[in-house]
Design a binder for this molecule. Structure first.
Ligand code: S3P
Length: 188
């Protein structure tokens, strides 16, 4: 990849991330992968999606892992793979929506990087997850009720993240800019 000089803000954040990872947290549909990928390309850093890494390591899709081995097995794999990715970092890492609910993973994230919660309203999430049907937790009669329950259970925990940015229907670049500014401000 051709290296072009970075803008001042971007360089500052990249320096801040020279030994720390940036970890995106939030519910399904919050935009963790889409935003993470853009942050990484802007900072010329490595991006990985924890769900994809779990699938590659297992040689199976997440739905198949859930169906064949159950959620507890998936959560165990998720914890171990995220730990490995963070030890091998720094990188920009999108985590699956349940990852941050693990105390072990929260500790690993704290030890290795800066967490950013992409907070989103129920309607925004439902609109986005409705576009695809690959998420085992939402293959139910009433996915909206499931998502509301996850909001109730998880938002108090997600709020322990270092930075919170409201994920909404604006251009991805707006969210990326807010994340970079928040990191730059926090590191002052
Ligand atoms: C899950 C979210 C999914 C995936 C799995 C479980 C969850 O990731 O890890 O289906 O518990 O919220 P995304 O948040 O990337 O969709």
């Amino acid at each position: 990849m051709q290296q072009i000089p970075l803008k001042k803000l971007d360089q500052k954040v990249k320096n801040e991330l020279s030994r720390k990872s940036l970890i995106l947290v939030g519910l399904m549909g919050a935009g963790k992968s889409a935003i993470g990928r853009r942050v990484a390309s802007r900072l010329q850093m490595k991006f990985l999606d924890a769900d994809t890494e779990i699938e590659l390591a297992a040689g199976q899709s997440i739905s198949d892992i859930f169906a064949e081995h159950g959620e507890a097995y998936f959560r165990d794999r998720e914890e171990k793979i995220i730990e490995r990715l963070l030890v091998d970092g720094p990188l920009i890492l999108a985590t699956g929506g349940g990852a941050f609910m693990s105390e072990v993973t929260r500790q690993n994230i704290k030890a290795h990087g800066i967490s950013v919660w992409l907070r989103a309203e129920l309607d925004v999430l439902m609109e986005r997850v409705g576009r695809r049907d690959h998420r085992p937790l939402l293959r139910t009669e009433d996915p909206r009720a499931v998502m509301q329950k996850l909001i109730d259970e998880r938002y108090p925990i997600y709020s322990q993240s270092d930075i919170t940015v409201e994920s909404r229907d604006v251009a991805h670049e707006v969210i990326v800019q807010e994340i970079l500014k928040a990191i730059a401000t926090q590191s002052q």
